[in-house]
Design a protein around this ligand. Structure first.
Ligand SMILES: Cc1ncc(COP(=O)(O)O)c(C=O)c1O
Length: 400
């Protein structure tokens, strides 16, 4: 059993307590009695963000990245609003189908996957796959004979807080060779995908990969292929510390780049996007409690009941800096190093650049991590040091 006496989900990280709007918001006595750590998730905010992005990128098929937060209610509401899904495994495909998504609104975007998983995803009805290497084109041709293929281009990841630049992606020359290989193997060589890095703060980051895509498409056409789909990836930001423009600025920059590099009205590409953080990030708050505040040789340390292994993995290298608030806010503040509850010395959140929190912060106070709806519950361990994975509390109309 997980927290709240609910059975754990098969992935161990999504115990859910649904609280109706009548019982939770505005009633501090109830909120204070809820266990921590937890993610307070308002799925309606994520749906609103999906609609905002769909408006900023008219004509682009939005495929929410299930990996960011696979909560079943969130997926069901997004599916009902018309959103498709980006899945990385058979389990994520199953979650999307169970949420009501049609298989033809799904894309498998994990470029390197087990042969058996590719076969299973294909059997489940998915027909669009992203790959970036010859071995993966061959695997796909073997087990998914009528699939359409997008080749993932490498990007620099510059301008993003969480770059995805080294592990996946290939050069323009390799992308062309892979499209030709896919066609030879009777797959539909449908186009190109890329990801400009997560929490991408520069709308112009899509410009360079779109220019490269245009070259690949032109060369592929000259070689007799019919490339026509561009997957713009994710990267749209949430409200972490630091500035970034609004989604309309991203939409405008991407549309301008598309108009520049795909000017021929007879050859307009179809576009897809795979946002995760940009949809669900701002819909969640991770609520933690202070276990202890300790002075270590003049440095103040606050130990929380959640950390790197229990939902806050993206604080590694201090890459993602969440906005924080506490139940002790109001008085004077000072620098404090935050640490998680496990005995692992890597379970330290912000040490290079300590955060400033109230000097009055003490055992039992709440520390809230805002805009933490993405990559938190699904990034928890299954129980390192005996600490449960972080559960989700579905809330409505809460301030995130
Ligand atoms: C292939 C792919 N698509 C989409 C996403 C979602 O990215 P983001 O949360 O930055 O929107 C990721 C994130 O890792 C990814 O790897």
């Amino acid at each position: 059993m997980g927290l709240f006496g609910l059975p754990r989900s098969p992935r161990g990280s999504n115990a859910t307590l649904d609280v109706s709007p009548a019982t939770l918001p505005g009633d501090p006595s109830i909120a204070a009695s809820l266990p921590t750590p937890r993610l307070d998730l308002d799925p309606a905010l994520a749906v609103a963000r999906y609609e905002e992005l769909a408006q900023a990128l008219p004509g682009t098929g939005i495929r929410y990245a299930v990996k960011a937060n696979p909560h079943p209610l969130l997926l069901a509401l997004l599916a009902a609003a018309g959103c498709g899904f980006d899945a990385a495994s058979p389990a994520e495909v199953q979650l999307a189908l169970s949420a009501g998504a049609a298989a033809d609104t799904l894309i498998h975007s994990n470029p390197i996957a087990r042969r058996a998983d590719l076969a299973e995803v294909y059997r489940m009805g998915v027909r669009l796959f992203v790959v970036d290497a010859p071995s993966e084109v061959d695997k796909l041709a073997d087990v998914a004979p009528e699939a359409a293929v997008l080749i993932r281009l490498a990007t620099t990841g510059e301008g993003s807080d969480w770059p995805l630049s080294r592990k996946y992606g290939c050069s323009a020359d390799d992308a062309l060779a892979l499209l030709l290989q896919a066609a030879r193997r009777n797959l539909d060589a449908a186009g190109v995908a890329f990801h400009v890095g997560s929490q991408q703060r520069q709308p112009r980051a899509w410009e360079a990969p779109l220019a490269t895509t245009a070259q690949v498409f032109a060369r592929a056409r000259a070689a007799g292929l019919d490339p026509r789909i561009i997957d713009l990836g994710g990267g749209f930001p949430a409200g972490h510390e630091g500035d970034h423009p609004g989604l309309t600025a991203y939409g405008a920059a991407i549309r301008a780049a598309l108009a520049r590099y795909f000017a021929d009205p007879g050859q307009q590409p179809q576009t897809l996007a795979e946002p995760g953080r940009g949809i669900v990030g701002d819909a969640g708050v991770v609520v933690t409690s202070v276990v202890s505040v300790i002075d270590r040789g003049g440095v103040r340390w606050a130990y929380l009941d959640a950390g790197v292994f229990t939902g806050l993995v993206e604080t590694l290298d201090e890459a993602i800096r969440y906005r924080l608030s506490t139940s002790a806010d109001g008085g004077p503040t000072g620098p404090v190093v935050l640490a998680g509850p496990t005995c692992d010395s890597a379970d330290v959140l912000y040490e290079k650049q300590p955060v400033h929190l109230p000097l009055a912060l003490a055992e039992g106070d709440e520390v809230r991590f805002h805009s933490a709806g993405a990559y938190t519950t699904c990034y928890s361990t299954v129980g390192f040091n005996g600490f449960d994975p972080m559960p989700t509390l579905v809330v409505t109309g809460e301030q995130t």
